[in-house]
Design a protein around this ligand. Structure first.
Ligand code: GLU
Length: 630
């Protein structure tokens, strides 16, 4: 099969990409790294949350950017970041710290993460100079079929009804991912790494506005499930900002996992509780909800899977992302490839409107292709979808620098046969797939150069809304990431439910390397907008000359091949919005898109950790040995 090169040539020298990222190593850096190597061993209580003089927890301070040496942690939450940083300080590595941070997020961000959910880890092993991934995605019960989410007449079950029910609950993958990550890459036991989260659940954390608001937004459905109402709506309403929230039941569950290992979930007491809760959800008013289909056999069959990453190139960089069942790695790769193919100039040299136009066209095209081709099925044409020749064909079919392509954009044919004679777009366009939000991303680097880019989720904010009674954690509603009915009649849909199948995800934990060394690690929550947020942060830093924290703060758009593209008010209410509208983009204002975290690697071991300055109430970035801003 021949791969003719395209007449659409890459324009401009994009080799300027490294500019700004190349900084000479400093003496201070070397000294700081040496100092950090003296840190002690893990095992004593972590200093979180910060106790007030009276002994009750006080809010842990946070900031959106930290620069220094010896390791870095960035997460959406200050207590979780502090716990991860403490693991690094005591000599743990990036995998250890990522697991400890994630476990703590299960306490402070229980509506987005936790042992009832799943996730994906992309890991750079500095010693082996290799990137690998762990797939901890939830699985559908064996009893699932392609029509499980359909009425007898083939129409889709009501989405919202399924969300808050046992039927949406997949076999949790998070504990298995932690176990595998720690065994494969870590240096500490899971028992040690879950200890700080257990203490945090016992002692409590200070409720912030985000936690309060997320609880309040879910109050009606939380009130429907007695164990959820009891835990998250004390006294009948969302906990007040500034009060201390404890979760002794979750502390107990973490204690069980520490003592018994993850078999407590997959073969023991915790698993039995998950199965009985999902399969017979109790409601406050006795009203019926769909029962789940999980069996103890499904739990026993669960495995977190070590997988090769999706690898692509973006100019002089190598991009590592998550393979199926996530579409994240593939869609990120295709979007970047398309941006390389679009004629008309170096991304860094464009003004904001043409840049965002290109970004929106590229991501919408990648979504058209992922919706058609990507799911947890055999034969996904991954290599073709992330190939530069496929991107070149798609670019010549669809891209007009002066005008947005009509949505929905038709999907392409990644068959290995590309050329300038294929520049007429195929006919079939599909509607955008549905998506929802409730996830968190953790980025960690250690002093040895290992990097963890880890996204974890329980799917919607609040998951299924069903708390396992006596165990203090919410069950996911991840199975609603399947398509309930085929996206287009007559077109095979790779994302229908099936026995043991993992629903397609958009989670995009990503690591960029340059000359074999990590350059940038990034990811975000946000349902399908995860893909666009991860990309926009990376492009902001790599191409648009922004600092990492400014790249995170920059106004976001998300074009996912729907009739409209989401855009934050900083786009819709400014010249950016009118400029994009003039090019034919239909924008839909969305208050906030995503909540990214990232770490940048500079020469000499210098690290820049960054989180959101404001979205979701602001995230928390920290480094082991902080230096004053350069
Ligand atoms: N369940 C979604 C996915 O896997 C993530 C949800 C979210 O980020 O809010 O793509």
């Amino acid at each position: 099969m021949t791969r003719p090169s395209f007449s659409v040539s890459r324009t401009g020298s994009r080799t300027g990409r490294g500019r700004g990222l190349r900084v000479a190593p400093t003496v201070i850096g070397v000294l700081a790294v040496c100092a950090s190597l003296t840190a002690g061993a893990i095992g004593t209580p972590a200093p979180t949350p910060t106790p007030s003089p009276s002994g009750t927890p006080a809010p842990t301070p946070k900031k959106a950017e930290a620069i220094g040496y010896g390791g870095a942690v960035s997460s959406v939450d200050a207590d979780a970041t502090a716990i991860g940083l403490d693991v690094l300080r005591r000599g743990g590595n990036a995998a250890d710290a990522a697991v400890a941070t994630a476990a703590a997020l299960g306490v402070t961000e229980p509506y987005s993460t936790g042992i009832g959910g799943g996730g994906f880890l992309v890991y750079y092993d500095a010693k082996k100079k290799r990137v690998s991934t762990v797939d901890g995605r939830e699985t559908a019960p064996k009893a699932f079929t392609p029509t499980t989410f359909q009425n007898a007449d083939g129409t889709a079950l009501d989405f919202a009804t399924v969300v808050s029910s046992g039927l949406s609950v997949g076999v949790p993958g998070t504990p298995a991912l932690w176990d595998r990550a720690v065994r494969q890459y870590g240096t500490r036991s899971l028992n040690q790494l879950l200890a700080p989260a257990q203490r945090l659940a016992e002692r409590g954390f200070v409720v912030d506005q985000t936690f309060h608001d997320q609880t309040a937004a879910n109050a009606t459905r939380f009130a429907r499930f007695p164990a959820t109402a009891q835990l998250f709506l004390p006294g009948g309403s969302a906990p007040e900002v500034g009060t201390v929230f404890t979760n002794p039941d979750l502390a107990r569950s973490l204690g069980i996992l520490r003592r018994q290992g993850v078999k407590a979930l997959y073969r023991g007491e915790l698993g039995r509780a998950v199965v009985s809760t999902a399969n017979a959800p109790q409601t406050t008013d006795g009203s019926a909800v769909y029962a789940g289909l999980i069996t103890r056999k499904d739990l026993r069959a669960y495995r977190a899977l070590t997988k090769k990453p999706v690898v692509s190139t973006y100019e002089d960089l190598t991009v590592y992302g998550m393979p199926t069942p996530s579409s994240g790695g593939i869609a990120v790769a295709e979007t970047l490839n398309l941006l390389e193919e679009y004629p008309g100039g170096d991304l860094g040299g464009l003004s904001e409107v043409p840049y965002l136009h290109r970004f929106a066209e590229a991501s919408a095209t990648a979504f058209a292709d992922r919706n058609r081709w990507v799911g947890d099925v055999k034969g996904v044409p991954v290599r073709e979808l992330v190939s530069q020749d496929f991107a070149a064909e798609r670019a010549c079919q669809l891209f007009d620098p002066e005008k947005a392509a009509a949505r929905p954009i038709p999907f392409g044919i990644p068959d290995g046969s590309y050329g300038t004679d294929h520049c007429v777009a195929p006919a079939t366009a599909q509607p955008a797939a549905r998506d929802d939000h409730g996830t968190s991303h953790v980025t960690v680097a250690d002093r040895w150069g290992n990097v963890a880019s880890y996204t974890l989720t329980i799917e919607q904010t609040g998951g299924s809304g069903i708390t396992v009674p006596g165990y203090g954690f919410l069950l996911n509603n991840e199975l609603t990431d399947f398509n309930f009915v085929p996206l287009t009649a007559g077109v095979p849909d790779p994302n229908l439910p099936g026995p043991g199948k993992r629903p397609r995800s958009s989670m995009s934990p990503t690591i960029f390397t340059q000359n074999g060394k990590p350059l940038l690690a990034v990811g975000s929550p946000g349902g399908a907008t995860i893909i666009t947020t991860t990309l926009q942060v990376a492009l902001g830093r790599l191409d648009r000359g922004l600092s990492l924290v400014d790249a995170i703060a920059a106004p976001r758009i998300s074009s996912r091949n729907g009739a409209t593209s989401d855009a934050e008010p900083a786009v819709t209410t400014t010249a950016l919005g009118s400029g994009l509208t003039a090019l034919g983009h239909q924008l839909k204002e969305t208050a906030e898109i995503g909540a990214a975290t990232a770490v940048e690697f500079r020469p000499g071991g210098k690290l820049v950790a960054a989180a959101e300055p404001t979205r979701r109430g602001g995230g928390s970035a920290a480094v082991v040995d902080e230096v004053v801003k350069p």
